[in-house]
Design a protein around this ligand. Structure first.
Ligand code: NAP
Length: 274
């Protein structure tokens, strides 16, 4: 789908590096169709060696060579970088942004262009091709633009399309979600250690259990409650634990966490827009 299209990646750091790797490994584009841009020349040499991409420390030069522009600098650098690129981005470019809390309207305004903008909220498991990304079309982006963005993020995991206002909730759910599960894995590990399992083994068992449970949900398509009921023996161990987890509010606390992170994302978006 993206054959013959050049992609400028502005801010080729961790997340963008994962996208570059995904796109090249999946043969979505050839390495030399990507122009990676950031300030550190040494980091660019590494990217060039690893993925065969072209590189530039000059954002405008990178944009001039591209059909698609991926904006991946930190939100606090967004205004500076978009100011620099205003005038270089043309309406024919597709702009894809992964910058948290920066709306498509703010991007169009800062770049002073009325071409298509697609906003995405990926998460860090993109680094291991197991990402969960939501994409949203800005005012001038059509289905074909969304399809190109879907191809980019599809190279590193699952992609869903939602209306832009839902991206704050996505930030609260899958964007921040890996952190909640790291805490779950750590806590389950401690539980195993408390009950006598060596820490390194307990950590492996806990992580693989989270991975395996997620895989079962995704691959069977069964409701998690059905999978839970299937392994809950009457009078057994799992139901005994379920009672404790329910009485301590496990599900409510996770719902509250997603809600709190969503509200914080909404606040940060408003601050950026001011
Ligand atoms: N990490 C996540 O879980 C996650 C999830 C969703 C969205 N995001 C979004 O992804 C974006 C990138 O996050 P990240 O974790 O990948 O950060 P990162 O590793 O710091 O990447 C940002 C890159 O931008 C480069 N940069 C800074 N100033 C620049 C400039 N003036 N021109 C060109 N490049 C510049 C930096 O490299 P130099 O210093 O060499 O220039 C850095 O490598 C953020 O906007 C974040 O909101 C992250």
């Amino acid at each position: 789908m993206l054959k013959n299209q050049a992609i400028a990646v502005i801010g080729a750091g961790h997340m963008a590096g994962a996208l570059i790797g995904g796109m090249v490994r999946s043969k979505l584009v050839r390495g030399k169709s990507i122009i990676a841009a950031r300030r550190s020349a040494n980091a660019l040499i590494e990217l060039q060696k690893k993925w065969g991409v072209r590189t530039s420390t000059d954002n405008k030069k990178a944009v001039a060579l591209a059909d698609i522009i991926i904006l991946a600098v930190k939100p606090q650098m967004a205004k500076t970088v978009m100011e620099e690129l205003a005038g270089s981005v043309r309406p024919g470019h597709l702009v894809i942004s992964i910058m948290a809390g920066v709306t498509t309207a703010a991007i169009s305004k800062a770049l002073r262009v009325d071409g298509p903008v697609v906003r995405a909220m990926p998460n860090t498991p993109c680094l291991v091709d197991a990402g969960a990304t939501a994409i949203a079309a800005g005012a001038h982006a059509d289905e074909a633009d969304l399809a190109r963005a879907e191809a980019v993020f599809g190279s590193v995991g699952l992609v869903v399309t939602l209306p832009e206002p839902a991206l704050d909730a996505v930030t609260g759910l899958s964007g921040s979600g890996p952190v909640y599960l790291y805490m779950v894995i750590e806590a389950m590990t401690d539980g195993g250690v408390k009950m006598g399992i060596p820490r390194a083994i307990a950590a492996k068992l806990a992580a693989q259990t989270v991975f395996g449970a997620a895989k079962l949900v995704l691959e069977t398509g069964k409701h998690p409650a059905v999978l839970k009921d299937e392994v809950t023996t009457p009078g057994g161990c799992a139901i005994t634990a379920i009672h404790v987890l329910e009485s301590k509010g496990l599900r409510s606390v996770l719902i509250d966490g997603v809600e709190a992170a969503t509200k914080r994302s909404q606040e940060l978006s408003r601050l950026f827009a001011e």
